[in-house]
Design a protein around this ligand. Structure first.
Ligand code: DQA
Length: 147
């Protein structure tokens, strides 16, 4: 059993990038966090990060065959990407959207998610612990009913 963990643009610089907003932990720390949470329930994790929208689309498509579900931080593409939204709509696997910061207390352009309406759930504002919460919610969802 496998989960995909997908991170979008600029999250490769997590820990160095705007630490007051996103914290000091790295993307490797995030991957470890999700791997540990998933392992407790017998899930493995495949992690992918890209700064390129089309690469993220490719990985969402791959999940249909290769994963039980996706945990995704689409980063800035959250607010703009119809392509990512369509990719999520077109697969049958559950997707949980996660944001490290509380996007709702930030600029108004961050209040809109193009993706949330086609995701199973959203975790916002708990720092990188949100990834663990997303993993637990995702596994609960898969084990109980699917999407
Ligand atoms: C983010 C929030 C987005 O608005 C921003 O563009 C990011 C990170 C978050 O995790 O809080 O890059 O997705």
């Amino acid at each position: 059993k496998r989960l995909f963990l997908i991170n979008g643009p600029n999250l490769n610089r997590l820990g160095k990038r705007e630490p007051d907003t996103y914290g000091k932990k790295s993307l490797d720390d995030v991957v470890t966090l999700v791997e540990q949470a998933a392992a407790d329930y017998g899930y493995e994790v495949t992690s992918f990060q890209s700064n390129h929208e089309g690469d993220l689309v490719d990985w969402i498509q791959r999940a249909e065959e290769e994963a039980e579900g996706i945990i995704i931080n689409p980063a800035a593409y959250t607010h703009t990407s119809i392509a990512l939204r369509d990719a999520i709509s077109a697969i049958s696997k559950p997707v949980v959207e996660i944001h490290i910061s509380n996007v709702h207390e930030r600029e108004s352009f961050r209040h809109i998610s193009m993706l949330a309406p086609v995701c199973s759930g959203q975790v916002v504002g708990f720092g990188i612990d949100g990834y663990r919460l997303a993993a637990l919610g995702m596994i609960q969802k898969i084990e109980s009913e699917g999407r």
